[in-house]
Design a binder for this molecule. Structure first.
Ligand SMILES: [Zn+2]
Length: 484
């Protein structure tokens, strides 16, 4: 095989998000992360004989929210199956999961990127329950050297939505960005807290490479359970590099499941295709199919509101703010609404600059969010307008903001009280400019002779003379008038 072959990566992602319900998928045990082990269990989630599962309606609703936000069609009928396998974290020896009749299918999600949008197909969204948590106890904390393994059943039966994409991603960076924007969407819609450290969002990536221009798919490998955006990106990058090297060396990629170790940046094989399980899926006889009423689905659809991605796109196209500003300001629904309320009153870019810059920096140590602070959108907009109109300079603006945050007083009142208003008056300022020109005849002559650099010197003198209260733009204008 030629080594000159240009290869492109083909990546699809599977994401598990833990649904933000109060109780488990099929029983009434409560969900809470970090509680003492085995304190949230009952005969249903411990699989005692003769018990029956009951579907959590809120889990179905959140699953529908997720599927609709991803542009999926909601199946008129979806079915829970038993996925059979034996493992200590699964007391029933089967997981209840949707299989060939999932809740939502045929969706799409647009990923915003500085270089343009990328549409990612969503194959399916289905519901399932999580397994319990195995803890491997050893003095070194390593699984390999564990002396003992114990099970915490608190997590067993947690409702999950699994989201599966089409293999539409072409780079590790795009895959990470997709996941970030998906998380933002799921969080803002209240589907899940998507806390990756606590495992409430987990991602697997399917990676293959193929010659550029080819439409077929190469043999794929699966990277399991990546719990941060950075690890996901680095893991996919490492796997693309590994497969590319294999293909360029004329070797074959073997279908297998891999684990990326972020501490060593190495990929380890967990199992090959030959070891793949036959799960013997069959419909769960203890549950009826999910048949959501059309009216209910439409009610949920109309409750979604504007999705974060749509909001960001609108800000960029209609308000003209940058990709990066839109990204930062849309971080939470509340921050986005706060920004919009300010931008309704003043120039949107100035609003973005003030919120991201001075406001954020002044609030940093207080732990107070902008929308909870005394700088209400009205107050901040008033302040921004005072600066835009050159009523006050930008350093006075910082001082006024600090006082607004402390007292909540109207900015104009603070400006007057502290005498921060800039001298705009052409007569008053003109007299000062005349005096300074007369006091510095040599520099004035050089400026008249074309030495433009001296403008700065004279503006500085005016600012000094007025103790910083002159409008520097106006001062410059008056100096130019007199020396042209
Ligand atoms: Zn239970």
């Amino acid at each position: 095989m030629s080594t000159a072959l240009a290869l492109e990566p083909v990546i699809g992602i599977e994401i598990h998000v833990q649904l933000a319900t109060r109780t488990k998928m099929f029983c009434r045990c409560s969900l809470s992360f970090g509680d003492p082990p085995n304190t949230h269990t009952c005969p249903v989630c411990l699989a005692h004989p003769g018990v029956l599962p009951v579907v959590n309606a809120e889990a179905i609703r959140l699953g529908i929210v997720a599927a609709l936000a991803l542009g999926c069609e909601i199946a008129p009928r979806s079915v829970f199956h038993r996925k059979n396998y034996f493992y200590p974290d699964l007391p029933k020896a089967y997981q209840i999961s949707q299989y060939d009749e999932p809740l939502g299918v045929d969706g799409h999600f647009s990923v915003l990127r500085p270089e343009g949008e990328l549409e990612v197909g969503i194959t399916r969204v289905h519901l399932e329950e999580d397994a319990a948590k195995l803890l491997h106890l050893s003095s070194g904390g390593r699984r390999a050297g564990a002396e003992q393994s114990v099970v915490d059943f608190n997590r067993g039966g947690t409702p999950l939505a699994e989201i599966v994409t089409e293999p539409d991603l072409r780079s590790a960076a795009d895959a990470a960005e997709f996941l970030k924007q998906l998380r933002q969407t799921m969080r803002q819609l209240g589907v899940s807290d998507c806390n990756m450290e606590e495992g409430s969002m987990r991602a697997d990536a399917n990676v293959s490479v193929r010659p550029v221009g080819s439409t077929g798919l190469g043999t794929k490998t699966e990277l399991k359970n990546m719990n941060s955006f950075r690890f996901l990106e680095r893991g996919i990058e490492a796997e693309i590099a590994r497969q590319t090297a294999l293909v360029e060396a004329g070797e074959r990629v073997v279908q297998e499941t891999l684990h990326f170790d972020p501490s060593t940046a190495e990929l380890h094989s967990l199992r090959s295709k030959e070891e793949a399980h036959d799960y013997r899926y069959f419909p769960e006889p203890d549950l009826v199919p999910v048949v959501p009423a059309r009216g209910w689905v439409e009610e949920i659809r109309s409750s979604l509101g504007e999705l974060p991605v749509d909001r960001r796109r609108r800000w960029m196209s209609e308000l003209g703010i940058s990709y990066e500003d839109a990204e930062v300001l849309s971080e939470t629904t509340e921050l986005g609404t706060y920004f919009e309320d300010v931008a309704d009153r003043v120039d949107a870019q100035s609003a973005a600059n003030w919120i991201r810059g001075e406001l954020r920096s002044q609030l940093k140590d207080s732990g107070v969010a902008p929308w909870e602070s005394k700088a209400t959108p009205e107050r901040l907009a008033e302040l921004i307008q005072l600066v835009a109109d050159d009523q006050i300079g930008s350093s006075a603006g910082q001082e006024v903001l600090s006082e607004v945050l402390a007292s909540g007083l109207p900015p104009a009142e603070i400006v007057d009280e502290r005498g921060l208003r800039q001298i705009q008056d052409a007569d008053a300022l003109g007299a000062i400019v005349d005096q300074i020109l007369a006091d510095n005849p040599k520099e004035a002559e050089q400026l008249r002779g074309g030495k433009q650099k001296l403008i700065g010197f004279f503006v500085g003198q005016v600012m000094k003379e007025t103790k910083g209260s002159a409008d520097p733009k106006k001062a410059q204008e008056l100096i130019r008038e007199r020396t042209d």
